[in-house]
Design a protein around this ligand. Structure first.
Ligand code: F6P
Length: 521
């Protein structure tokens, strides 16, 4: 048994689980009229209602013991101090600095001058683009900006640009391209004019095959229309920690926005990777996003465990994954604007904690990150809620709901009503003694995250909340949440396949499929 699973806190939770597993949510609510007030918390303009989980005060006390045992407060301090918490890469994880308003931060190795300079550079570019001063090689104002990036260089800006689309400012339209499938770039370029199209090549490493391939194809598209002598600075910018890589692509230094190795890709939307967000909603809205995240950072750094939203959300995940055997969690934003949130959280959570070897190099004997999945409500209700209500899997749900200033009628009120109805039906079920196929067993856990309004601030707080939740889980599971070594081998195999290397060493399945694809039996 690992240090964690034989630890007193873990053992106490296992024993407690056996006791509380027999209790139903209906009974827990019936026994405590103020349960919702007891198990809800507020911070950063967000309300977390976690009363519909099979927990009581003792459960939360024991879970906090687990967090204390794992020294979560010390690890939080280490991350904010810029310690190399990403130990396999020897790097800090200082995404919080990107939204800090401190003069100097962290105390050791101040990064704020560089962060402020990059933010000023962003503001100048956004201003240039939005007032029509960003001109293509032919002197025409740029009307379309295509963000070429993948993973953390795509999912965050794409999700936030959509989420803030109602705040859209006059200026170029935004398009996103990620996949190496040429259909992605082709679809984005369809109808665009080369003379008025600008590309942002976003890649922390500037070695990612998909992004470099799409950038090269974009350049060829421009050159085939505008000639090979085009001034690249008129049509290209880069966001990267690898300035030499951008220079090799011909992107001049004045069009390179910096990133740093102390920012993980999936934590980078607060940097110039967020340019598409600022180009959509304006630089002021982008600054408000940072403010919202900063408020959550301050809460995370200072609130005691029992009142700390990211900590509580993390402990609930561990409770379900490690003590109730949940293997996935559904994230259901009741908002079309937040439709891309589940995809964003998939990378954030699964690339961070989808690991089986702990910080000490041992294979774990406990489950780690669950599969995160989801879609927007109410369409989700007509897709997979059947399984959530009557299936055999335990799937905790995060409902993300927008308050809509309390409207009591109309479509938005209906949207919110459906979210509340779904979490209630999951929790309390619906007996149907005469028609068992209609019965809902209930006792299915969910959290509801209520945002008063969908604003840059509340969104910043929401994303920072999940980032910190992930860090707390990684700390308790004794994982490094900031590396992703598992993605490299597949990339290397694909590279070798493309080069036709070692084709004789290929397994028969790959050989067969390749032969079929190449039309040779
Ligand atoms: O392959 C995974 C990954 O490295 C992610 O961690 C990252 O967000 C993505 O690829 C893109 O990387 P880059 O920004 O360096 O192109």
């Amino acid at each position: 048994m690992s240090k964690l699973t034989r630890s007193p806190a873990w053992q106490a939770l296992a024993a407690h689980q056996r006791r509380i597993a027999a209790a139903s949510l209906s009974e827990l609510f019936a026994a405590d009229a103020s349960r919702a007030g007891r198990f809800s918390l507020e911070a950063g303009g967000l309300l977390l209602d976690y009363s519909k989980h099979r927990i009581d005060a003792e459960t939360m006390r024991l879970l906090r013991e687990l967090a204390a045992q794992a020294q979560v407060p010390a690890w939080i301090a280490r991350m904010f101090a810029g310690d190399p918490v990403n130990d396999t890469e020897g790097r800090a994880a200082l995404h919080v600095a990107l939204r800090s308003d401190r003069r100097a931060f962290p105390e050791r190795g101040d990064v704020m001058p560089a962060v402020r300079a990059a933010r000023d550079q962003m503001r100048r570019f956004v201003d240039e683009a939005q007032r029509g001063a960003l001109k293509g090689g032919g002197g025409l104002p740029i009307t379309d900006i295509v963000n070429i990036g993948i993973g953390g260089s795509d999912l965050g800006p794409r999700m936030l640009a959509r989420a803030l689309r109602k705040l859209r400012k006059p200026g170029p339209r935004l398009h996103f391209v990620a996949n190496i499938d040429p259909a992605d770039l082709d679809a984005a370029l369809a109808g665009l004019a080369p003379g008025t199209t600008f590309f942002i090549v976003a890649s922390k490493s500037f070695t990612t095959a998909e992004t470099l391939d799409n950038a090269a194809r974009a350049r060829a598209w421009l050159e085939s229309a505008l000639g090979e002598s085009i001034e690249l600075s008129r049509h290209f910018a880069a966001v990267t920690a690898n300035a030499a890589g951008a220079a090799a692509l011909g992107i001049p230094a004045e069009r390179v926005f910096p990133l740093w190795d102390w920012v993980g890709g999936r934590y980078s939307v607060w940097s110039a990777v967020g340019l598409p967000v600022a180009l959509t909603a304006g630089m002021d809205a982008f600054e408000e996003l940072l403010e919202g995240a900063r408020a959550m950072d301050e809460h995370f750094r200072t609130a005691p465990l029992e009142r700390n939203l990211p900590v509580v959300l993390a402990l609930l995940e561990i409770w379900h994954v490690n003590f109730f055997g949940a293997r996935s969690r559904a994230v259901i934003p009741y908002s079309e604007d937040l439709r891309d949130l589940p995809a964003y959280l998939q990378q954030l959570e699964m690339e961070s904690n989808g690991k089986r070897v702990d910080r000490d190099g041992y294979e774990v004997d406990y489950e780690t990150a669950p599969v995160v999945w989801g879609a927007a409500g109410t369409p989700s209700q007509h897709a997979f809620h059947q399984l959530l209500h009557q299936g055999t899997h335990l799937i905790p749900v995060d409902f993300v709901v927008i308050g809509h200033h309390g409207e009591s009628s109309g479509a938005r009120a209906a949207l919110a009503a459906n979210a509340l109805a779904q979490s209630s039906a999951l929790a309390f079920g619906n007996p149907a003694p005469d028609a068992p196929h209609k019965a809902l067993p209930g006792n299915r856990p969910s959290s509801t995250l209520l945002l008063e309004r969908l604003t840059p601030r509340s969104l910043g707080a929401l994303i920072a909340l999940y980032e910190h939740k992930v860090f707390v889980e990684g700390t308790i599971w004794n994982l490094n949440s900031f590396d992703q070594w598992g993605v490299e081998h597949g990339k290397n195999l694909a590279r070798a396949l493309l080069k036709g290397e070692k084709s004789t060493e290929l397994d028969s399945s790959t050989r067969l499929l390749l032969a079929r694809m190449r039309g040779r039996d």
